[in-house]
Design a protein around this ligand. Structure first.
Ligand code: MRU
Length: 349
């Protein structure tokens, strides 16, 4: 993996080294996160982004905090660490991986008696989650690759690649593995307004991996589908409910509607750490970000002062628009309520 060599996320023993994704593709700049505020800022400002990656960063935030807390008793330590964990969870509300990873580290900490052990297991657990997400992405790639034929053109949205995970990606993992197996896969990526993860990040990643990629405006999707230029769609996910509702980057719902209209298979790729089987889809919070992301293109104001602007950054795709969900434990097919419930009742997650 090309980006793994660049180590876009690396635990350095007392801090987390991250590649600042806001600067890409123009600049390769790293940041070192040590105190809670630095972790919080890095996630809020999207120096790191993508559901699996922010999950792992959240785990390291708790691990780093565990080294800093000065407490006299287990109770005092737990109170402090839970407060810090809440602060990290408040950064981005839609992606479930953050909650999954932070809570996994908290649980492991709470099982210890001694404070020294709590500090130790916090780091161990964060490193375990790091390895697990990497392994999961590889497996998603292996299952998903089977859905791709030599010569396919795959449309993807946002960035669900290595940069959004520890390695391989989610939506990009099947494409990478298919290419490793010598299938020719062509990728079309939407620019993904307003933060332009497709234009800035996905195309850069694929260029580095020598996988042919073309960027299109978000508004070109209907046209290129109607011209027969897209064989399959694969996207990532930020949260998947037990009924199979998929929350992901804004714009993905309209791509799913268009794919259905043009009989193009629509696949979602996500690890099981993205599944939140305890929530009803109506209750999932859709993150809204600063309207400046829309008002300005670069430094140029494109919306007149005084105009109302709304900037939800995720949307919801209902299960009836999805053909398969690729996970590290296998590929799920409709009816998703049943296949998801079977997956979770058969697995100790
Ligand atoms: O706002 P972002 O850039 O964090 O959104 C990321 C996405 O929507 C990804 O597609 C999603 O997290 C799946 S990533 C493997």
């Amino acid at each position: 993996m090309v980006l793994e060599k660049m180590r876009h996320i690396e635990w350095k023993g007392d801090s987390l080294k991250i590649l600042d994704q806001r600067k890409l593709p123009g600049k390769i700049e790293y940041a070192y996160l040590k105190d809670l505020e630095e972790f919080h800022q890095a996630i809020v400002e999207m120096k790191v982004r993508g559901a699996p990656l922010i999950g792992v960063v959240g785990a390291f935030a708790v691990a780093a905090l565990a080294q800093e807390i000065d407490a006299k008793s287990k109770e005092e330590f737990l109170k402090e660490i839970e407060k810090g964990a809440e602060y990290i969870l408040s950064t981005r509300p839609t992606a479930y991986n953050l909650k999954y990873c932070v809570n996994t580290v908290l649980k492991r900490i709470s099982e210890c008696e001694k404070i020294e052990d709590m500090r130790k297991v916090a780091v161990e657990e964060a490193l375990k989650l790091f390895d697990m997400e990497k392994e999961n992405s590889r497996k998603i790639g292996e299952y998903g690759e089977k859905l791709l034929n030599d010569g396919d053109t795959v449309l993807t949205h946002c960035n669900a690649g290595e940069l959004a995970t520890v390695a391989y990606g989610t939506a990009l993992a099947p494409i990478r593995i298919a290419c490793e197996k010598k299938k020719c896969i062509y990728v079309i990526v939407t620019e993904t307004r307003p933060a332009q993860q497709g234009a800035r990040l996905t195309s850069w990643e694929l260029l580095k991996a020598k996988i042919p990629v073309t960027v299109v405006a978000d508004t070109a999707v209907g046209y290129i589908m109607s011209k027969g230029m897209v064989d399959k769609v694969i996207v990532g996910a930020d949260r998947i409910t037990g009924e199979g509702y998929v929350f992901n980057k804004i714009g993905k719902y309209q791509i799913a509607v268009l794919a259905k209209k043009h009989n193009i298979p629509f696949y979602v790729a996500a690890p099981t750490s993205t599944f939140d089987t305890n929530i009803e889809h109506e209750k999932v919070v859709i993150e809204e970000r600063s309207v400046d992301e829309i008002v300005f293109v670069g430094r140029k104001r494109v919306v007149a002062r005084g105009v109302k602007v709304y900037n939800p950054v995720f949307d919801k795709t209902p299960p009836n628009l999805i053909d398969a969900i690729i996970t590290e434990k296998g590929t799920l097919y409709p009816p998703f309520e049943k296949s998801i419930s079977t997956l979770f009742s058969n697995q100790k997650l």
